[in-house]
Design a protein around this ligand. Sequence first.
Ligand code: ADP
Ligand code: MG
Length: 362
Amino acid sequence: MARIELSKIAHSYHPNPAEPADYALKRIHTVWKDGGAYALLGPSGCGKTTLLNIISGLVTPSRGQVLYDDRDVTPLPPEKRNIAQVFQFPVLYDTMSVYNNLAFPLRNRKMSDARIKERVLEVADSLDLTPFLNKKAAGLAADAKQKISLGRGLVRSDVAAILFDEPLTVIDPQMKWELRRKLKEIHEQLKLTFIYVTHDQTEALTFADQVAVMFEGEIVQLGSPQDLFENPEHRFVGYFIGSPGMNFLKCTIEGASAHIDGAGCIELAPEIAEKGRKADGKLEIGIRPMYLKIHTRWTKGMLKAGVKGVEDLGSYRIVTLDVAGRTLKAMLSESEAVPEGTVGVSFPRQWIRLFEDGWLIK
Ligand code: ADP
Ligand code: MG
């Protein structure tokens, strides 16, 4: 088991990187605590696989260091790092039985046959692979094969960490949910550091205690699901987490209010307004759709908005609003009346966030 530290990591696949765009990873500086359940969440192409491969040693970073328990492992290959990695697609020995596939990572470790058997049966049981143990892997369906890959990753309990790179991609949706729950259970039993890469927020938020959100080669926030929801440190986190994501409106600060061109003023907390007045970057206010309040009549202190559409999603509704040419989304519960025409929109002060050049003003 290990605490994994990434110190000032940057990585480019170009032979002669010149500008920031040439870097798959721009600057990564983070610590993964021993025994934590982490998710690494971000859209396709943001650098998740590159980062995971740097942790495991499949990729050597252009700059920076990887430390396991303060020991520099940057030059070491994967086999010297004592780590397990599960990839997006099955990696196994087709001609071997399922049992032997699962036993393989244990066989070189001077473990007794009896102990190997015990561990293989445990893992097979937790992944519902017991009926297949004597079958050859070659004949099995893609999702069964991927479960064997997962089992191979989970079978050793003496690894520094287990890395998962979108491991449920080939699994059907129903079983995905089930496997995610199982992985969480297994994490609770093994108490090993798990780093789970995904582009799916539901997967990240249900699996992990701490989620690292990646955007264009950087980790823009590492926090609990609640932190990411309530205090997104970067506008990308606000936009990416939540469905629909956070609303943003460009603004200027006038006194204690945010002025939205053509729509009116919204009062801010005094200390936030003061910081906003001193900022010289591009300012935006952000508010989650569930905190936005719609009033049938506009009065002072609200923004004027037009109702453009209502989407009924069963237990709640999403209202699309036009505010001086910009779109906002509001979430209403079933019991709230659905407004029409021109309305007033207000934001409870404690839920307004102010961003400068994309970063939260705290
Ligand atoms: P993710 O896993 O988040 O989808 P990747 O780490 O695979 O992102 O990719 C990050 C960026 O690096 C992308 O722009 C991708 O095209 C590029 N990239 C990834 N692997 C290679 C490679 N082996 N050679 C060159 N460019 C690569
Ligand atoms: Mg990837």
